[in-house]
Design a protein around this ligand. Structure first.
Ligand code: FAQ
Length: 311
């Protein structure tokens, strides 16, 4: 009965077990998990662009091979996540349509430009670092296919993070100009990285329900603080400063205090007015249009095979 299904759902969550595609879930749960997974998938796919722009300009064959592999991993993460969304009845083509028509979001972070090769390193260090911080707890998300996707994705993302940090370490051992590039890239990406964790808890409409359902395991502010705490010693080891005069160890709290985040900038980027929003979506739309003939050919081939089998 309906009451039994609902009890099964509630008890699965209470016992910290996973909900699977065969299980009944309330419509609200389905919607919010599809929303979060789709947004995450879109972020991986759009997130290929800022770094992808440097593949042809990487400073060595080694750096080019590494960057190619990383961007390819991001495509894999996106496809993996779209598959997880499909287990909840979402349609991949429909999700892509919603992305390129602006009806679904992707992470604000990918609307900033990559001006120098140091940006590639800083994306690995800070952006992948923030992604790991946010995603490791999602390995325990209540929706099974999403949680399992996170395990593999986090492993690859840890490699991406080390890759970025190593790139920056190499540049810091280089010339004065290279060190300046690393500092400038750090200055540009630090605040947007903090925004990746979403609005402050008081202005986060989805957190409370997602925490109750254990879709999310920590609030936005908790994870942001964790990221700040882990980044400060990394910046010191690297020899760069973080662009926040208020950043200071607070012994009472056992955390670093940090300055106010410019939430107007965040909202503006979400509204589509960041430096690269239009470019990112236009690029994705072009790729979708250019690939139409491949999808058509694949569908025609599949139909032909099915007809041959049927004979
Ligand atoms: N950008 O109520 P909340 C990566 C939206 S990492 C844009 O707090 P929620 C790896 C939010 O969706 C990046 N929109 O929402 C990589 C909601 O809008 P809606 C992807 C944002 O869901 C690295 C509204 O604001 N990671 O791709 C952002 O409880 C390097 C209200 O917010 C994930 O998606 C934002 N920063 O918490 C790839 C992780 N923040 O849907 C390439 C999984 C919030 O109501 C290179 N997602 N919004 O219209 C999550 O953990 C959560 O969804 C949050 C937001 C924490 C992002």
């Amino acid at each position: 009965s309906d009451a039994e299904l609902e009890r099964h759902f509630e008890r699965t969550i209470e016992r910290d077990q996973r909900l699977e595609p065969r299980d009944w879930v309330p419509e609200g749960y389905r919607k919010t998990v599809v929303r979060q997974i789709a947004q995450h998938a879109h972020s991986e796919i759009i997130g290929m662009q800022p770094e992808g722009a440097w593949i042809t300009r990487a400073p060595s064959l080694r750096r080019k091979a590494i960057l190619l592999a990383k961007v390819q991993d991001e495509a894999g993460h996106g496809l993996y996540l779209y598959s997880a969304a499909e287990t909840l009845g979402a349609d991949r083509a429909d999700l892509t349509d919603k992305l390129i028509s602006g009806r679904q979001k992707y992470s604000s972070i990918f609307n900033y430009p990559t001006l120098t090769f140091a940006d590639v390193g800083v994306i690995g260090w800070l952006v992948d670092g923030a992604a790991i911080c946010n995603q490791v707890p999602l390995c325990r998300s209540s929706y099974g296919p999403y949680a399992r996707a996170m395990i593999r994705i986090c492993k690859e993302e840890s490699f991406h993070q080390r890759q970025g940090y190593e790139l920056l370490m190499t540049m810091m051992r280089g010339t004065e100009a290279q060190r300046r590039m690393v500092q400038e890239a750090t200055d540009r990406w630090w605040w947007p990285s903090l925004m990746m964790f979403g609005p402050p808890d008081a202005d986060s409409p989805n957190t409370e329900q997602s925490m109750t359902w254990k879709v999310k395991r920590h609030t936005n502010d908790e994870l942001r603080q964790r990221f700040v705490d882990m980044s400060v010693p990394q910046a010191e080891a690297l020899g760069v400063s973080l662009p926040d005069p208020d950043l200071k160890w607070n012994a009472d709290r056992g955390h670093y205090d940090f300055g106010p985040i410019d939430w107007d900038e965040f909202k503006n980027v979400l509204r589509g007015n960041g430096p690269c929003n239009a470019e990112r979506i236009a690029h994705r739309r072009r790729a979708q249009e250019d690939g139409a003939w491949v999808r058509e050919a694949a569908a025609a081939h599949a139909a032909k095979q099915a007809a041959l089998k049927g004979r």
